[in-house]
Design a protein around this ligand. Structure first.
Ligand code: NAD
Length: 359
């Protein structure tokens, strides 16, 4: 029996990497009935919203989505469609494997990390109040004794950082569960509990409690700034990292840098009733429409989707085909070419062709 999947082609470089990924997934022979739904900047211009109801309806129906990146205007404009989708469908666990590919230009050769990022809470949830609004004024009134300077007190924008027991427990449990099922040895909880005692402190407290139920997996914690330095100096000392939303976002890009960049970093957003697969990278608008960027990150996200759908063999074939094309180094995009390599890079479509040929 086939699977029905919502495909959101996104904007910027989205449509190009989405098309490449669809072709690779179809080439595995797994029967997918794609429900193609557009969202993002262009849809906003056409339909007055970047995330029309029909997209949400499709995801409610299919429960599985492959999503190419979508632009979020900086500072002003509409809120993140990506965050909105994760929140609506309660896709609380963001899973981002970061593994070195042979042949990728990187200072490191044996990275094998897995990021488990909480996806629904924290400063990243976008609960914000604009300065000089009645809502902001009400909150500032409540915290006025904590604000040292009158100027800050009166004209402050406010972001709220909710971190709950339930939200922390389910993400840490997800991380331990993943570690146990995938033969991993250690979970490291990342936080800033020394400063944010009631939010990150809570996350750490719950992580410690969950860890006691999984004695076979080693557990430790790191303060996020130290974690960043440790990952750059000693990445091989770490295994599965579990982080609140914002640190997870930032550390994901750091780890993508360890394995050769955003072009090869895949991701999955998983909830109890569905999942959405997307690359770590964004819509890279400056490269839109140029057939230039690396499709591997979304293709590997497509492989994670195949795994989720129970198509384990197809997942493994896609992963192997990507690894083989990268290792061979003939048909790769610009980001995988080192400075001294005179071979011309290929385009998005041609790299996907090479991956399909390997399948
Ligand atoms: P970005 O990830 O889009 O791009 C940063 C840089 O990384 C690019 O300029 C390019 O040099 C490189 N890069 C990214 N993807 C690549 C690929 N596939 N192949 C080769 N190189 C690649 O980050 P940004 O420029 O900070 O963000 C652009 C937009 O994307 C913003 O609007 C942001 O909000 C959005 N965004 C969306 C998602 C998502 O859809 N989940 C994730 C991150 C950012």
């Amino acid at each position: 029996m086939g699977h029905t999947v919502t495909l959101i082609r996104g904007d910027g470089i989205g449509p190009e990497v989405a098309e490449a990924t669809k072709r690779v997934v179809d080439a595995t022979g797994v029967k997918i009935d794609w429900d193609i739904q557009d969202a993002g900047v262009d849809v906003h211009a056409r339909e007055g919203t970047p995330l029309p109801e029909r997209v949400k309806e499709s995801m409610k129906r299919t429960k599985v989505c492959l999503k190419a990146p979508i632009t979020t205007p900086v500072g002003t404009g509409f809120r993140s469609v990506n965050v909105e989708l994760r929140k609506i469908f309660d896709l609380y666990a963001c899973l981002r494997p970061c593994k070195t590919f042979q042949g990728v230009r990187s200072r490191y050769d044996k990275i094998d990390l897995v990021i488990v990022r909480e996806n629904t809470e924290d400063l990243y949830a976008g609960i914000e109040f604009k300065r000089d609004t009645p809502e902001a004024a009400r909150i500032l009134e409540v915290i006025k004794d904590l604000q040292p300077a009158a100027k800050i007190r009166d004209h402050a924008g406010i972001s709220i950082k909710p971190i709950s027991v339930e939200g922390s427990r389910r993400i840490v449990e997800f991380a331990f569960d993943f570690a146990e099922k995938n033969g991993r040895k250690k979970v490291t909880a990342v936080h800033k509990a020394n400063i944010m005692k009631h939010t990150d402190g809570l996350f750490l407290e719950v992580a410690r409690e969950v860890a006691t139920k999984h004695p076979k997996i080693e557990f430790e914690d790191r303060i996020v700034d130290n974690m960043c330095m440790q990952l750059v100096q000693f990445p091989d000392k770490y295994d599965v990292l579990v982080l609140p939303n914002l640190y997870g976002d930032i550390v994901s890009d750091l780890c993508a840098g360890l394995i050769g960049g955003l072009g090869v970093a895949p991701g999955a957003n998983i909830g109890l009733n569905g999942a959405m697969f997307e690359a770590v990278h964004g819509s890279a608008p400056k490269y839109a429409g140029q057939n230039k960027v690396n499709p591997t990150a979304l293709i590997l996200s497509g492989a994670l989707m195949l795994d989720y759908l129970g198509e384990k063999a197809a997942c493994a074939r896609v992963q192997k085909a990507c690894a083989a094309v990268i290792a061979e180094g003939k048909h790769v995009t610009y980001d995988l070419r080192s400075a001294g390599d005179a071979r011309p890079p290929v385009g998005t479509k041609e790299m996907a062709d090479a991956i399909i040929a390997r399948l």
